[in-house]
Design a protein around this ligand. Structure first.
Ligand SMILES: Nc1ncnc2c1ncn2[C@@H]1O[C@H](COP(=O)(O)OP(=O)(O)OP(=O)(O)O)[C@@H](O)[C@H]1O
Ligand SMILES: [Mg+2]
Length: 262
């Protein structure tokens, strides 16, 4: 079971005098339950298009996407998205933002607030329930976005560069927090990043994509996140010979791609 993408292609039609764009070509990808799949690749290689396909915001031009055996034909509560720019509602406080997705699903108020409280605590936001979100730091706002995505108990969590706007230290803390939550909640995750180090640290599977047309050019199985969750420090994992060797290999692939495109 899990999510299966079979031979999926996306062509954006010609518009405003520009030719059609073959954004994705013949993508095969399986995201099993408990998988943390990370997508890396040059800008424009189709990472967000792939995420939008899984989210159901976009339909494939050919091929299909199955979630637990059922065809994905639109957005659903079994998939939640965390965007790079947390789509929070600035006029609401933390707890109302976290509870907002449940409200949209018509979950009654007396049920949605206990659920929201649980995820506020899980994301380390206890004490900030009544704070307006515009007063929070970027890292805290991103945690509000993740808490909200988790409230509807999705099977798949989709994250499009969720940590890209954070400073280095906050970003490392957020990586660790996301891994702990993934481990605790047993979600499948599809995670986009531009950071090779982040990709290697977080994922159980890595796909490296290439542009024009967007396709999966390389795949790696990873176990660094498991080492971290088994008790190793994040710094020790990222400084290991194995990690550094793979980081250099993946960087080599990405730089070669960029040169081919330039
Ligand atoms: N709505 C659209 N209409 C037409 N072309 C699009 C549309 N959305 C994306 N594209 C094109 O499809 C290709 C893939 O875009 P996509 O946003 O999926 O890339 P990406 O890998 O997420 O890039 P980035 O790293 O910059 O976020 C690009 O060439 C882009 O210009
Ligand atoms: Mg993108």
């Amino acid at each position: 079971m899990g999510l299966i993408i079979s031979d999926a292609s996306v062509v954006y039609p010609a518009a405003d005098g520009r030719p059609p764009v073959a954004a994705l070509s013949r993508i095969d990808l399986e995201i099993e339950n408990d998988d943390f799949v990370v997508a890396l690749g040059a800008s424009g290689c189709g990472k967000s298009t792939l995420l939008n396909l899984i989210a159901g915001f976009l339909s494939p031009s050919s091929g299909e996407i199955l979630l637990d055996g059922r065809k994905v034909s639109g957005p659903g509560a079994d998939r939640s998205v965390v965007f790079q720019k947390h789509a929070l509602l600035p006029w609401l406080n933390v707890i109302d933002n976290v509870a907002f997705g449940l409200k949209m699903q018509s979950v009654p108020e007396r049920e949605r607030y206990p659920i929201a409280e649980k995820f506020v605590a899980l994301l380390g936001l206890d004490g900030f329930q009544k704070s307006p979100v515009y007063k929070l730091s970027g890292g805290m706002q991103q945690r509000v976005g993740i808490a909200r995505a988790l409230t509807c108990d999705p099977k798949v969590l989709l994250m499009d560069e969720p940590l890209g706007a954070l400073d280095a230290l906050t970003r490392e803390k957020a990586q660790e927090l996301i891994l702990r939550i993934w481990d605790e909640t047993h979600k499948s995750v599809f995670f986009i990043t531009h950071s090779v180090e982040e990709a290697l640290f977080m994922g159980t599977k890595l796909i490296v994509m290439s542009p024009r047309p967007g396709r999966i050019a390389h795949r790696f199985d990873l176990q660094f996140s498991r080492q971290f969750l088994a008790g190793a420090s994040a710094r020790a994992v990222k400084a290991s010979h194995e990690f550094i060797a793979l980081r250099e290999e993946v960087l080599g692939i990405i730089f070669a791609d960029e040169e081919a495109v330039a």
